[in-house]
Write a protein that binds this ligand. Sequence first.
Ligand code: NAP
Length: 519
Amino acid sequence: MTELLPNYVAGRWQAGSGAGTALIDPVLGTELARVDATGLDLAEAFGFARETGGAALRALTYKERAALLAAVVKVLQANRDAYYEIATANSGTVKNDSAVDIDGAIFTLGQYAKWGDALGEVRALRDGDAARLGKEPVFLSQHLQVPTPGVALFINAFNFPSWGLWEKAAPALLSGVPVIVKPATSTAWLTQRMVRDVVEAGVLPAGALSVICGSSNGLMDQLQGFDVVSFTGSADTGAVIRSHAAVAQRSVRVNIEADSLNSALLLPDAAPGSDAFNLLVREVVREMTVKSGQKCTAIRRILVPAAVYDAAAEAIGAKLAGVTVGNPRNESVRMGSLVSRAQLNAVRQGLEELKAQASVLHDGSQAALVDADPAIAACIGPVLLGARDADAAQRVHDVEVFGPVATLLPYRDVEHAIALAHRGQGSLVTSLYGADEAALGQAAVQLAASHGRVHVITPDVAQAHTGHGNVMPQSLHGGPGRAGGGAELGGLRALDFYHCKSAVQASPAVLAQLGLSGG
Ligand code: NAP
């Protein structure tokens, strides 16, 4: 029998009392480890984090907590090789794709460590300037932010077991809020291992970081008024979280990152063969294939001028044809597997749904796998679909196939293209490709309302841009409407979620004693 990975709660390692759920290598089909949360004393777990962890973190200044993040970075860097092995085994990803998860996490933590260091030796943050409350500046209102005296519960998705933890933990810990992470069961190993390494290194105060692997049963019930919950996953589970009594009745703050029908838009000025056209083709292929398309930010809809539709189909299809799929341990493989056979079935089912309204322009789904048994491995090659009537193909704007699948859609004019992008009902990101800066700027503003991020690619940033789907800590991650309405990252803005806001109304002499950031 494989190892039952213990949970870390209430300051000690605790095994679940059940048989556990097996974590499977999605390429080889073998069992890797088991996870179980049965029988944990959740009240004790949450109480310990809230009281012991919270008190220890709040006793520190922002600068001191930033040093904790820097120490976590060192621990993770020292164990990086082990993380790559786990990612290959449990997520089926090739090295470049594991890097997005592992090195992306380390980079994000490092960035918050730097920002936190600059906040200085303070325990409260200034929120805007003081405003006078009367004619004379003798009685003022100063908004400030302090850490919420609760716990942050993270319920995470299967596709980013590393980054998903640390992109949330960095602002939470920097804010002074202890973390309990519940990774998605299928890929929980990497999260559990990282927490284990950090705990064993002793770099965080007791109670600052806990991990619960396995069932989510009862977690939400533990949440109290000053706690927060940050959820990443499907819209259906997001709705369950939102309607839980903790949120509905106890006002627990909730951040939801759900699914998203992201788009890429080629502007009318970009003819086939132009730099902008080639940049779109490159980015679409990258987005379809990185992590086998299992990225919440991946391009699902490709909007091109009607006159360019055939050329775009051909260019994207030609590049996809060169993508080798199979065992990520084989050096010749460019794209590994999906996280599970269940996910493979979901992708196949989603493809059938889309095919009812779209035709197949490139079909990699039947291609031979490298070094992998198609009866066992959760691998599928990329599939490009196309719908010549972009308005009629409603499912393409509705159904998120969480795999290497995207649909090409022609538009009449920019207005039509923007209307089609909005049909996603709120997305995490859209990317624009063109050389006409004025047209790009106008389109960006029009798309901002329905997108958390607008990524504009002109030929002059071909080498410098950070990628449509790459979530940088400097920029907001989240999106309105269907995308869940969440707001993560975006520099120090991310700390807002873990803070309580208050307006202190007092004389300038009292306000000077508050010890706020920035003097
Ligand atoms: P999921 O099935 O909704 O699961 C997400 C998490 O919720 C898992 O940890 C899951 O635990 C837990 N969960 C399930 N039922 C729950 C309940 N009743 N109460 C509390 N927690 C519960 O989603 P997924 O299949 O893992 O993730 C894929 C989806 O996530 C995709 O739709 C993708 O678009 C979205 N996603 C969004 C973002 C973003 O930032 N917007 C990022 C990544 C992924 P178990 O694993 O134990 O069931």
